[in-house]
Design a protein around this ligand. Structure first.
Ligand code: SAH
Length: 216
């Protein structure tokens, strides 16, 4: 896996151009997509599909999200009034979304419940020289309160209901993007206003479930 770097590549730029056509407009997000070697985050047998705009299996019954949704969720977090200093990700998976966030936020914290995935993701980010990402093996329903509060929180697995413990970990005016639902899932953008949480529907989505509690 040597030779991978954060740098613009032709295949990355082609993918970014496709996402732009699909409605992604934030230049920092498009640049991060164009500079991140997605083939590094997926199994070798699927690497020829790395720059397609599709979700792909990454083992352990999990998936790397579709590039469009990675870009969309990141962009949503950047539209708020809050500075882009500290972000919490729930569901590290392959680490691809973490790598995108690391190029935009000063500090990224990411929680994953499957130890093997967490370990592999950590190694990938080190190889890419992305040192501003803290990762831990833990239960995402709990968040990571000791590192908070966060300007933004992104949940990359579908929660059956809004995880209440994440809400106090948001800064005032901070934003949370999260898929909610079981069969039918909707992507929600939640903005903190003091102790009130505004909720906005974004679009229908399809994610693996945010597993309740406990670790494996
Ligand atoms: N952001 C990832 C998407 C991974 S899929 C990427 O870019 O590849 C969602 C991930 O959420 C899976 O790895 C799954 O193991 C993890 N997950 C599911 N329930 C969880 C929980 N309760 N706590 C932490 N992680 C969880």
């Amino acid at each position: 896996m040597s030779g991978f770097k954060i740098q613009l590549t032709r295949r990355g730029e082609t993918l970014a151009a496709l996402l732009k056509k699909e409605g992604i407009s934030h230049s920092g997000v498009l640049k991060a997509i164009a500079s991140t070697p997605r083939e590094m985050f997926i199994p070798e047998t699927l690497q020829h599909q790395a720059y397609l705009n599709t979700a792909l299996p990454i083992g352990q019954g999990q998936t790397i999200s579709q590039p469009y949704i990675v870009a969309k969720m990141t962009e949503l977090l950047l539209n708020g009034e809050h500075p882009h200093r500290k972000v919490l990700e729930i569901g590290t998976g392959s680490g691809y979304q973490s790598a995108i966030l690391a190029q935009i936020f000063d500090q990224v914290f990411s929680v994953e419940r499957i130890k093997l995935l967490q370990f592999q993701a950590k190694r990938r980010l080190q190889k890419l020289d992305l040192y501003n990402v803290g990762m831990k093996h833990g239960d995402g329903w709990e968040g990571w309160p000791s590192k908070g509060k966060y300007d933004a929180i992104i949940v990359t697995a579908a929660a059956s209901s809004l995880p209440q413990k994440l809400l106090p970990q948001l800064e005032d005016a901070g934003q949370l993007v999260i898929p909610v639902g079981t069969d039918a899932q909707t992507l929600l953008l939640i903005t903190r206003r003091g102790n009130h949480f505004e909720q906005k529907y974004i679009e229908d989505v399809r994610f693996v479930p945010l597993v309740p509690g406990d670790l494996s």
